[in-house]
Design a protein around this ligand. Structure first.
Ligand code: ADP
Ligand code: MG
Length: 714
């Protein structure tokens, strides 16, 4: 009791001072609330832990006896950390409008109490516990989550089941159990399940390839890894609440840029403003407690924009921590009177937000397909791994594009701030030349990646050691020394789908190469053939240039520059077959996912259009009328442009309204195309008219917080 009271006092002080007096040193508390391998090793009998971990490699189920002991141990541990509830935490296919808080997880909190049915008393007293069957599995209604027709209200059951490779943790008095979410028939209706299946595919095809080429002989398993870099804006909660567009759609649908916006990129790496720094420190400490060390935080290019990124982990764990990060950010921001915007383009005219997915594939023995290293084995694997990736990206180019196709991301891709919508591979210019030499008959070994010493020209600061390959910020898939960075992912997205497809295409490449070698081809010749077939996907120039668009078209690389164009390619025979062969999606699941993506797009655009109409009618037009009235006694020079602007708004509004009235129904493809090609241009015109009126309006008459107020609130 005494300790709880003092904790409560500390917590209150901490909240009142906006986190200025942290309760504990975050580094000391690192990992204190996560039930990871280290805790398991301390708490569980060694034989049980060994069996549990062996199952994670073999994929076998944990026995019922072991489940019980693990559940009891987890219960004791969670109670020591103040948990009163537990929750299966899973990732439905969320989407649609209002991605302001990011794609969050779902959970239903259950109490860590039950009646003691074993008791001899008739009245059955209460008993605190976590029964094994409730840890490992949960049941719920799947019909209210997007499911692409895989669940309907009259056959709605769906199940959550613990992803045993992602550790449970305690946060806010709740024991979180990261889970996969499937239907009564085991069909996936979530983000995590296909990712886990793709990790299995990487393992199977990766080990097969290693065997074929005689590398990594002591490897037991193969992992894929992810380190995300999350961009976001932070504004005042008061401003957020006063903007129906932000509340309903996550982005501002109107607003003129202030005279100072991002000229000179002055915000980049500037000191983080105090209020935001308080938030980020607090979140960093909480993430650390639940086992997610944040590696980096900094100001981003646009005013009001920031970034945080953790140390990379296995792909599923990292996807989980990203969702958790968004959840914790939202909650802690609320306590400080702030609002985080995770939308891809909250403000027009300044940079939007992305989520770079740093991704790699390697063995449990430390071999990494994308790290050259210093050994011959490492070098061979590197050249082989990039051959597999170039195959995957060339052969399944559209599929990769689809994973980042959302209404929000359409504002970024191809807009000179994010990679183009054309998917290509940047392994470095030196490596590109090396690929040519392999195709021409050269050896697999010989690519030199030694760091180069470059003088700085002053004696005080020593020479620098530059990486062999430069960075290319215009590429969607650049090489970063020991990983590739998929830069096209949107900031509000769940990373599972993009990483799942990276894994899938890599597994396809590894399987293809292994097949060629198993069929009798030499390792060298097989790699050379892969590069020859897929070299057109390698591009090391400026991805923002117009020439690249033309060059890419000549190479046969698609430029799917809108979401509907991309989504139309998702369910091709080729893609469906790939997923089926790799056991990631059944054809039915592939089709369902496409349906969900279409639905998300349509619901997002229709919410945006309706919000625009509503704001124009209830906020903008009345403000224009007031402004006109005030200016009517003044010089004509001031009244005439106001009248013109007012009329333009009325005009554009009517066009948008009647366009919405005649939208097609019942056909997802037609509806999506209609929103993209017909509704969206009208939204742009209405916005232009409104922003012109704003630029004429007397200060203070505009009915919503302005861009200037919002992005410079700190
Ligand atoms: P940048 O220099 O591109 O801004 P950051 O340092 O901000 O990169 O973030 C890089 C991310 O990549 C971090 O999350 C880091 O842990 C992760 N990372 C590093 N190595 C790997 C790897 N082998 N596989 C996956 N992610 C990695
Ligand atoms: Mg970065």
């Amino acid at each position: 009791m005494g300790q709880n009271t003092s904790t409560a006092v500390l917590e209150a002080v901490n909240t009142m001072t906006g986190g200025a007096f942290p309760m504990k040193d975050p580094l000391d508390a690192a990992g204190s609330c996560v039930f990871d391998d280290k805790v398991m090793a301390e708490k569980l009998p060694a034989a049980i832990l060994k069996r549990f971990q062996d199952c994670l490699i073999s994929g076998d189920p944990t026995t019922e006896e072991d489940q019980k002991i693990i559940a009891d141990t987890l219960y004791e541990w969670a109670r020591e950390r103040g948990a009163i509830d537990f929750a299966h935490w899973f990732f439905p296919l969320r989407g649609g409008g209002g991605a302001v808080g990011g794609m969050l997880g779902a959970f239903k909190q259950d109490t860590l109490l039950d009646l003691d049915f074993a008791s001899k008393y008739v009245t059955k007293p209460m008993k605190a516990c976590l029964p094994a069957e409730r840890l490992f599995q949960g049941e719920t209604d799947g019909s209210s989550f997007p499911n692409g027709g895989l669940r309907v209200t009259h056959s709605a059951a769906a199940f959550t089941t613990w992803d045993r490779t992602s550790a449970p943790f305690v946060l806010n008095k709740t024991l979180y159990i990261p889970c996969a979410f499937v239907t009564h028939f085991g069909k996936c209706i979530d983000e995590k399940t296909p990712l886990l299946r793709s990790m299995d595919a990487v393992k199977v095809q990766g080990l097969r390839l290693l065997k074929a080429v005689g590398l990594g002989k002591d490897a037991n398993t193969m992992h894929s890894y992810l380190g995300w870099e999350q961009e976001f804006f932070v504004i005042d909660a008061e401003h957020y609440k006063a903007r129906p567009d932000l509340v309903n759609t996550g982005r501002s649908l109107f607003g003129k840029l202030p005279t100072r916006h991002q000229q000179g990129d002055l915000n980049y790496f500037q000191p983080i403003p105090t209020s935001v720094a308080t938030l980020l420190d607090r979140v960093q400490a909480l993430m650390l407690e639940v086992g997610c060390p944040m590696a980096v935080k900094h100001n981003e290019v646009a005013p009001g924009q920031h970034e945080m990124s953790p140390v990379f982990r296995t792909a599923n764990v990292s996807c989980d921590t990203n969702v958790l990060f968004m959840e914790v950010m939202n909650r802690e921001a609320q306590k400080l009177g702030l609002q985080v915007l995770f939308h891809e383009k909250p403000f027009a005219g300044i940079n939007g937000s992305g989520k770079h997915a740093n991704w790699s594939v390697g063995t449990d023995t430390g071999l990494n397909f994308f790290y050259l290293g210093k050994t011959e084995e490492g070098a061979k694997l590197f050249v082989t791994g990039i051959a597999c990736l170039s195959y995957g990206l060339a052969q399944y180019n559209e599929l990769v594009r689809c994973t980042v196709a959302t209404a929000g991301n359409d504002h970024r891709l191809g807009a000179q701030e994010a990679p183009p919508a054309i998917i290509s591979l940047y392994p470095g210019q030196g490596f590109e030349q090396y690929v040519d030499s392999i195709i021409a008959g050269g050896d697999l070994l010989g690519y030199k990646a030694e760091k180069k010493k470059q003088p700085t020209g002053c004696s005080q600061a020593m020479f620098i050691e530059a990486n062999v390959e430069d960075r290319n910020r215009t590429a969607p898939f650049p090489f970063c020394g020991n990983r590739f960075e998929f830069r096209a992912v949107g900031s509000s997205q769940n990373c599972c789908l993009p990483v799942m497809v990276c894994n899938a295409i890599m597994a396809a490449g590894m399987g293809k190469l292994a097949g060629m070698i198993e069929g009798g081809m030499s390792h060298r010749d097989a790699v050379a053939a892969m590069y020859k077939e897929n070299k057109h996907v390698i591009f090391t120039g400026n991805g923002y240039s117009d020439e690249w668009k033309q060059d890419a078209a000549k190479r046969g690389l698609p430029n799917l520059n809108t979401t509907p164009k991309a989504l139309a390619t998702w369910n091709s025979d080729k893609n469906s077959k790939l997923f089926e062969t790799l056991k990631i999606y059944t054809p039915e699941e592939t089709a369902a996912r496409q349906e969900v993506m279409y639905e998300n797009y349509i619901s997002c655009l229709s919410t945006e259009a309706e919000t625009m109409v509503d704001m124009t009618e209830t906020g903008i037009l009345p403000a224009c009328a007031r402004d006109l009235q005030k200016s009517s006694t003044a010089n004509q020079k001031y009244t005439v442009p106001r009248k013109v602007a007012y009329e333009a708004i009325v005009d554009e509004l009517e066009k948008l309204k009647s366009c919405l009235e005649s939208k097609p129904h019942g056909d997802l493809v037609k509806e999506a195309d209609y929103f993209c090609d017909t509704v969206k241009p009208l939204m742009v015109s209405l916005r232009k008219a409104v922003d012109t009126a704003e630029s004429l309006m007397e200060a203070g008459v505009y009915p919503y917080p302005t861009y200037e107020q919002m992005i410079y609130s700190h």
